[in-house]
Design a protein around this ligand. Structure first.
Ligand SMILES: Nc1ncnc2c1ncn2[C@@H]1O[C@H](COP(=O)(O)OP(=O)(O)O)[C@@H](O)[C@H]1O
Ligand SMILES: [Mg+2]
Length: 222
């Protein structure tokens, strides 16, 4: 069974009657690194958001890890996604009043399963992985853009999600920091077997992918 399967997914933003996704079919196997490309406005972020359960769809179905979205309550969707998906945003979306350590542990706090000690140990392991163990007490404003994105990656991965979704993760970084973030994502995919779907405009990002999907005007074209 594939990790993720979309069948005939359509999404309309009602207020403005924008057909952002039109009958999208997509299958992603466990462990794949998929790059999602296409012009601005073609529907990449919308696709990632509906996969993550951050936005609803009007038609079709999305099955993730053997669970169909159809008929699930919002609450249940949030619970499934909170546990199994990690999201990396273009603008990092770190919480400015929390330290690096607190930002990274947040998903575990929300899941509320582990002890404080276990959460701290997991956070230190993640910060080590992204090379920022010496910045744990810093606030986001005290970091460079590349460091902020590495913290965001640590936060997205701390609960060991099956699927990592990244929306233009290097879109706001200079080329050196972008290259560092891509190397990290590629390493996580290879070493941890983490499935990754990444929207991107960059050829460097597409180059680390197993598979490149092109979108145009709300549809997948290749
Ligand atoms: N909240 C929204 N309300 C109305 N239209 C939206 C909203 N979000 C995105 N759109 C529209 O949906 C289309 C796809 O947008 P998006 O998924 O953000 O594209 P991309 O990420 O590829 O640049 C665009 O035409 C955009 O204007
Ligand atoms: Mg976008």
């Amino acid at each position: 069974m594939p990790l993720l399967q979309l069948v005939g997914v359509s999404k309309t933003y009602g207020e403005h009657d924008v057909h952002a996704l039109k009958q999208v079919d997509l299958t992603v196997e466990d462990g794949q690194l998929v790059a999602l490309m296409g012009a601005s406005g073609c529907g990449k972020s919308t696709l990632l958001n509906v996969i993550a359960g951050l936005d609803d769809i009007q038609e079709g179905d999305i099955a993730f890890d053997g669970i169909s979205l159809k008929g699930l309550s919002d609450e249940k969707i949030t619970a499934v996604r909170g546990e199994k998906i990690g999201f990396i945003f273009q603008f990092f979306n770190l919480l400015s009043t929390l330290t690096v350590l607190e930002n990274v542990t947040l998903p575990l706090e929300l899941l509320g399963r582990q002890s404080h000690k276990q959460r701290m140990a997991a956070a230190r392991e993640m910060l080590h992985l992204v090379g920022l163990e010496d910045r744990d007490q810093f606030f986001p404003a005290q970091l460079s853009g590349g460091q902020m994105q590495r913290v965001a990656i640590a936060r997205a991965l701390i609960h060991k999600p099956k699927l990592v979704i990244a929306d233009e993760p290097t879109g706001n970084l200079d080329s050196d920091n972008g290259a560092m973030v891509l190397a990290l994502l590629s390493k996580l995919n290879k070493e941890l077997g983490q499935t990754l779907i990444m929207a991107t405009h960059s050829a460097e990002a597409a180059a680390i992918a197993d598979r490149v999907i092109q979108m145009k005007d709300g549809r997948i074209v290749t």
